[in-house]
Design a binder for this molecule. Structure first.
Ligand SMILES: *[C@@H]1O[C@H](CO)[C@@H](O)[C@H](O)[C@H]1NC(C)=O
Ligand SMILES: *[C@@H]1O[C@H](CO)[C@@H](O)[C@H](O)[C@H]1NC(C)=O
Ligand SMILES: *[C@@H]1O[C@H](CO)[C@@H](O)[C@H](O)[C@H]1NC(C)=O
Ligand SMILES: *[C@@H]1O[C@H](CO)[C@@H](O)[C@H](O)[C@H]1NC(C)=O
Ligand SMILES: *[C@@H]1O[C@H](CO)[C@@H](O)[C@H](O)[C@H]1NC(C)=O
Ligand SMILES: *[C@@H]1O[C@H](CO)[C@@H](O)[C@H](O)[C@H]1NC(C)=O
Ligand SMILES: *[C@@H]1O[C@H](CO)[C@@H](O)[C@H](O)[C@H]1NC(C)=O
Ligand SMILES: *[C@@H]1O[C@H](CO)[C@@H](O)[C@H](O)[C@H]1NC(C)=O
Ligand SMILES: *[C@@H]1O[C@H](CO)[C@@H](O)[C@H](O)[C@H]1NC(C)=O
Length: 809
C-alpha cells in the first residue's frame, strides 16, 4: 500500500498487522451485479447485495431483539452467525415497511433511501456531488460501500468508510479533514437494539492534533488517548503489542488519520466499536471456535471513568457487576431500556419529597454517602460557615437534592445528580448528603448499624499484625536499631524517618537505581554502613492516617522471597519508603543485559520457585490477599546468592483502590498485563499469575517476549512457545546461551506452567501455590491448550516464524 504515512507504527492502538489490501478489490468488474446497486436496479423489501467474496451484506434489517417494526438499511457480516451490523444509513429514521421503501440511485447521482414510492420522501441520502447518471453503489469485501463512476472505479464520490456510524473496520481511515476542519465521529447506538445516535461518541481532536477523545453528549470529554509521539499514544502505553497488530498514523496534505489493518483475509472479522452500554471503545475479533466476539481491549479501562455512564441518580461501582445501580431511595425509571444498555432516563425517586406537597406528615431527611465522587454541577454557597446551615439551605429549596460540606464550604445540587461513583478512595472523593423523604429513613437504622460494622472492620484489620514470618530478622533488627538510634520507631518496628535523614542517606537522591510505576528508587546508606533503597512515591491520594496504616501492614509482611520494608517517611506530601538493598540488581539485569554472566538453568529455576513462593505468600497467606499488580523481571531483585525477592508489592493498595489509576501508573509493564485487566473487568490475584507466566517465558528464553525481527515484524515468544508445546517440540525454546544445558524435566514443567498461567480465562490459570507445588515436582502438569487470544494470531505467528528464521539463518 503506497502511503505517505508519517510513521509506520511498530507499536499501536488497535490489533493486528501488515495489511495489504489488494487494489484488485477496487478493480471489480462492474458486470458483477450482486454487489452493486445501479440506476435501474434499486433495492427493496428483502432484497440485498453481497460483497464479491461474500464477506458483507447490505439490505434492510430489524435489530435483533427489537419488537417494533423498524427497518434500517445497514451493512452486516455475512459469514458470522451472530448478526452484527457495522454501518447503518438511516440510523435515526427507520422505515416501517421495506416493501414500499427503496434504496436507489437518484437522478442527481446520489444513493438515497425513499420511504414510500407514492410521495417519494427522501429518508436518507449520501448528499454528495457526483457526475450524475453513470453512478453505481458497490459493496466491497472490506465492508465499505462505495458510490462511484460505473466505468471508472477510482472515481469515488462517497464511501461509507468516510461516514462511519459506531464501528471502525480495518482499512477505514478515521481522522480529521484539514479542508472542512471536521473530524469523523463514531457515535454509539442509543441502546443494544436502537441504532439512533446515543450519548457517547469518539473522534480525533477537532484541532487536528494526533489524539483521540471520547465524549459524553458530544461535548464533555471523558477519555483521551493522549498525543501520538510517533510510537505510542501517551495515555495508553500498555497497548504496545501484547497481541500483534499494525496500524498507521498518517499526516496527509488534506487529512490526518488513523487506520489499522489485518493481514489474513479472515481477520476482516475484527472491529472497533463504541459500546452503548459502557461508553467504552472496544476492539473485538470474531472467534470461529466459540462463535463469539472476543474482547481484546476496551478504553477507558474503567467503566466508571465514563461520564454519566449510569444516568441521573445512578451510581457506578468499579469492581462489581452490574456496575450501575440506583442510589438509595431511587429506582430504575425504565427497566427495559436500562437492561438494553440505555440508561439515559436514569433513576427516579421511590418516595416523593415532602416539599412536592404530597405528604406533609414528616420533614425530608438526608442520607450520608461517604467516599463518593461528587457530581460536578454544584452550586457554591460559600457564605454558609457550617454544616447545619448548609443542610438548611438545601432543605429550604424544593429543587435541592443534595448538599456537601467540606473545608471549601457549602455546596448544593439542584436537579439531577449525574456521574456519581461510590466506594471511591482517591482524590475527588467526598461526602454527599442526599435528600430523601422521611419514609426512607424508617428502615435505615439497620443500614446504619451495618455501616458501623463495616467501618470498624476497616480500621481493625490493617492494625492486626498480619503475615508474621520472620526468618533471621532478629540479627538484622539489632543491627538496624544500632544504626538508626536517633530515629523514632513506630508500629511493627518500622522506622519513621525524617525527610532530611533520607535525603542525606541518599546524598540528595543522587544515585538512581531505577524508576518503577510508583516512583523512582535511589540508593542510600545509613550510619553503620547499612545500604538501603529509597523509593519516592508519586501519585498518592491517601491521608496521613491511612498511609501510616497501610505502611504498617506492609511492614508486617515478612518472607524470605519478599523485599523487606525498613521504614518510611511521611512529611506532608513527601512520602518515601526505605527498603533493604539488593546488591545483585534485578532479574531483568541478569536476563537481558549481555555484560553479566548468563544465569544457569538451576539458578533460573530457583528464581522461578522463589518468586512463586513470595507471591503465593502475598496471595494466600496474608490476611489482606495482596495483589501485586506489577510482576515483571524488573521487580524481582536478587540477593548475594542470587535468591529472588519480590519488590514493590502492596503499592497498588497504597495508591488507592482505583485500579485503573494504578494501571496508568504502571508504565513500561506492557506485555505482562492480563487481558481481563486491560478490558476493564474486576481483577483478582490471577492477574499476577498471568504476569508471572509471561515472566516465566522470559526466564526460559532469556529474551524479552516481544522481539523485533525485522523492520515492522515481531516475534511474540509466548505464541511460538505455546504452539511448540502443543506439538511436543520444546527443546528449541531454551535460551541458546545455555547450549542445551538444562534439566529436561524441569524445563518441560516450566514451559507447560508458563502456558497455563497465560490462559485467557482466569479460572483456567493455576494459583500461585499450585505453581510452587508443580515447580517442586509435587503436582503433575498437563498439556495446556493454546490461549484463545494467541490462537487468533496463529496466522501472524506463521508469518513471523518464517520471517524470523529467514533473518537468523
Ligand atoms: C437476501 O436476498 C435474497 C433474495 O434476493 C433473499 O432470499 C434473502 O432472504 C435475503 N437475505 C436477507 C438477510 O434479507
Ligand atoms: C410524504 O409522506 C410523509 C408521510 O408518509 C409525509 O410526512 C410527508 O409530508 C409527505 N411528503 C410530501 C412531499 O407530500
Ligand atoms: C446532472 O445532470 C443534470 C442534467 O441531466 C445537470 O443539470 C446537472 O448539473 C448535473 N449535475 C452534476 C453534479 O453534474
Ligand atoms: C479514472 O479516474 C481517475 C481519477 O479521476 C483518473 O485519474 C483516471 O484517468 C480515470 N481513468 C479512466 C480510464 O478514465
Ligand atoms: C502534518 O504535517 C504538516 C506539514 O508537514 C505539519 O505542519 C503538521 O504539524 C503535521 N500535523 C501533525 C498533527 O503532526
Ligand atoms: C446534551 O446537550 C444538549 C445541548 O448541547 C442538551 O440540550 C441536552 O439536554 C443534553 N443531554 C443530556 C442528556 O444532558
Ligand atoms: C431554588 O434554587 C433554584 C436554583 O438555584 C432557584 O432558581 C430557585 O429560585 C430557588 N427557589 C426558591 C424557592 O428559593
Ligand atoms: C469540596 O467540594 C467541592 C464540591 O464538590 C469541590 O469542588 C472542592 O474541591 C472540595 N474541596 C475540598 C477541599 O475537598
Ligand atoms: C404520609 O407518610 C406517612 C408515613 O411515611 C404514611 O403513613 C402516610 O400514608 C402518608 N400519607 C399520604 C397521604 O401519602
Amino acid at each position: 500500500m503506497a502511503c505517505s504515512s508519517s510513521s509506520i507504527a511498530s507499536s499501536c492502538f488497535f490489533f493486528f498487522f501488515f495489511f495489504h489490501l489488494s487494489f484488485s478489490l477496487l478493480q471489480l468488474s462492474s458486470s458483477a451485479s450482486t454487489d452493486t446497486i445501479s440506476a435501474n436496479q434499486p433495492l427493496s423489501g428483502n432484497q440485498n447485495i453481497t460483497s464479491k467474496d461474500g464477506n458483507f451484506r447490505l439490505g434492510f434489517f430489524v435489530p435483533p431483539g427489537s419488537s417494533s417494526p423498524s427497518y434500517y438499511i445497514g451493512i452486516w457480516y455475512n459469514k458470522i452467525s451472530a448478526f452484527t451490523p457495522v454501518w447503518v444509513a438511516n440510523r435515526a429514521t427507520p422505515v416501517t415497511d421495506p416493501t414500499t421503501s427503496e434504496l436507489r440511485i437518484s437522478g442527481d447521482g446520489n444513493l438515497v433511501l425513499l420511504a414510500n414510492n407514492f410521495n417519494a420522501s427522501i429518508i436518507w441520502s449520501t448528499n454528495s456531488a457526483t457526475s450524475n447518471s453513470t453512478v453505481v453503489a458497490v459493496l466491497l469485501d472490506t465492508g465499505n460501500l462505495q458510490l462511484r463512476d460505473e466505468s471508472n472505479s477510482s472515481l469515488v464520490f462517497w464511501q461509507s468508510f468516510d461516514h462511519p456510524t459506531d464501528t471502525l473496520l480495518p482499512g477505514a481511515k478515521f481522522g480529521f479533514n484539514k479542508i472542512t476542519k471536521r473530524s469523523q465521529r463514531l457515535t454509539s447506538w442509543k441502546s443494544k437494539i436502537d441504532p439512533a445516535p446515543g450519548i457517547f461518541s469518539f473522534a480525533m481532536d477537532q484541532e487536528g492534533s494526533f489524539q483521540y477523545f471520547s465524549f459524553w453528549n458530544s461535548s464533555r470529554t471523558y477519555w483521551t488517548s493522549g498525543l501520538w509521539d510517533g510510537r505510542i499514544f501517551s495515555q495508553i502505553p500498555e497497548l504496545v503489542p501484547v497481541y500483534i497488530y499494525n496500524f498507521q498514523v498518517v499526516n496527509e496534505t488534506d487529512k490526518n488519520y488513523f487506520t489499522y489493518s489485518v493481514s489474513n483475509p479472515n481477520y476482516f472479522k475484527s472491529r472497533c466499536v463504541i459500546d452503548p452500554d459502557s461508553g467504552q471503545i472496544q476492539q473485538l475479533t470474531w472467534m470461529e471456535n466459540s462463535n463469539s466476539w472476543l474482547l481484546f481491549w476496551a478504553q477507558p479501562r474503567s467503566k466508571c471513568s465514563v461520564y454519566g455512564v449510569c444516568g441521573s441518580f445512578g451510581s457506578c461501582h468499579d469492581l462489581s457487576t452490574p456496575f450501575c445501580t440506583c442510589i438509595k431511595g431511587f429506582t430504575i425509571k425504565s427497566q427495559t431500556d436500562w437492561s438494553l444498555g440505555d440508561r439515559s432516563q436514569g433513576c427516579e425517586r421511590v418516595a416523593s419529597l415532602q416539599c412536592s406537597g404530597q405528604n406533609n406528615s414528616e420533614e425530608d431527611g438526608f442520607f450520608k454517602m461517604e467516599n463518593v465522587r461528587l457530581p460536578d454541577n454544584s452550586l457554591s454557597l460559600a457564605m454558609l460557615g457550617n454544616s447545619q446551615d448548609c443542610e438548611q439551605a438545601c432543605l429550604s429549596n424544593c429543587s435541592c437534592n443534595a448538599y456537601s460540606f467540606n473545608s471549601t464550604g457549602c455546596f448544593v445540587w439542584h436537579g439531577e445528580l449525574l456521574n456519581l461513583q461510590e466506594e471511591l478512595n482517591e482524590l475527588g472523593a467526598g461526602t454527599l448528603y442526599l435528600r430523601l423523604a422521611a419514609s426512607e429513613f424508617q428502615t435505615s437504622e439497620i443500614n446504619k448499624k451495618r455501616m458501623v460494622a463495616h467501618i470498624s472492620a476497616g480500621v481493625i484489620v490493617p492494625s492486626v499484625v498480619v503475615c508474621l514470618f520472620i526468618i533471621g530478622a532478629l540479627v538484622w533488627k539489632r543491627e538496624r536499631k544500632r544504626a538508626i538510634q536517633n530515629s523514632k520507631v513506630v508500629q511493627n518496628s518500622l522506622v519513621s524517618f525524617m525527610y532530611d535523614e533520607l535525603r542525606i542517606a541518599t546524598k540528595n537522591f543522587s544515585e538512581k537505581l531505577g524508576a518503577g510505576g510508583f516512583g523512582s528508587v535511589f540508593k542510600g546508606s545509613l550510619p553503620g554502613s547499612i545500604d538501603i533503597a529509597v523509593k519516592k512515591l508519586e501519585g498518592l491520594y491517601q491521608g496521613e492516617k491511612q498511609f501510616r496504616a497501610e505502611v504498617s501492614t506492609l511492614g508486617a509482611i515478612q518472607h524470605v522471597n519478599l523485599i523487606r520494608l525498613i521504614g518510611f517517611c511521611s512529611q506532608g506530601t513527601k512520602k518515601l519508603l526505605a527498603y533493604e538493598f539488593m546488591p545483585s540488581g534485578s532479574l531483568a539485569d541478569h536476563l537481558f543485559r549481555s555484560n553479566l554472566n548468563v544465569l544457569d538453568w538451576k539458578t533460573r529455576y530457583q528464581i522461578a520457585i522463589g518468586t512463586a513462593r513470595g507471591l503465593a505468600y502475598l496471595h494466600e497467606q496474608c490476611r489482606d490477599n495482596i495483589i501485586h499488580c506489577d510482576i515483571k523481571p524488573e521487580n524481582i531483585l536478587l540477593d548475594d546468592a542470587l535468591l529472588p525477592k519480590v519488590a514493590d508489592f502492596g503499592l497498588a493498595k497504597l495508591v488507592g483502590r482505583n485500579f485503573s489509576k494504578v494501571l496508568t501508573t504502571i508504565r513500561g509493564s506492557r506485555g505482562y498485563i492480563a487481558p481481563e485487566w486491560i478490558s476493564g473487568m474486576p481483577i483478582t490475584t490471577k492477574v499476577d499469575v498471568y504476569s508471572y507466566g509471561m515472566m516465566l517465558f522470559e526466564i526460559i528464553s532469556g529474551k524479552r517476549n516481544l522481539m523485533h525481527t525485522g523492520e515492522s515484524s515481531f516475534e511474540f515468544f509466548p505464541l511460538v512457545a505455546t504452539n511448540k508445546l502443543v506439538i511436543g517440540d520444546v527443546k528449541t525454546l531454551l535460551d541458546q546461551r545455555l547450549e542445551g544445558k538444562a534439566n529436561s524435566e524441569e524445563f518441560e514443567i516450566a514451559c507447560k506452567l508458563a502456558c497455563w498461567c497465560i490462559q485467557d480465562d482466569e479460572n483456567s490459570r493455576p494459583t500461585m501455590s499450585q505453581i510452587v507445588q508443580a515447580l517442586e515436582g509435587n503436582l503433575d502438569v498437563g498439556i495446556p491448550p493454546v490461549p484463545r487470544s494467541l490462537q487468533a494470531l496463529n496466522e501472524s505467528w506463521t508469518r513471523s516464524i518464517n520471517s524470523s528464521s529467514s533473518h537468523q539463518d
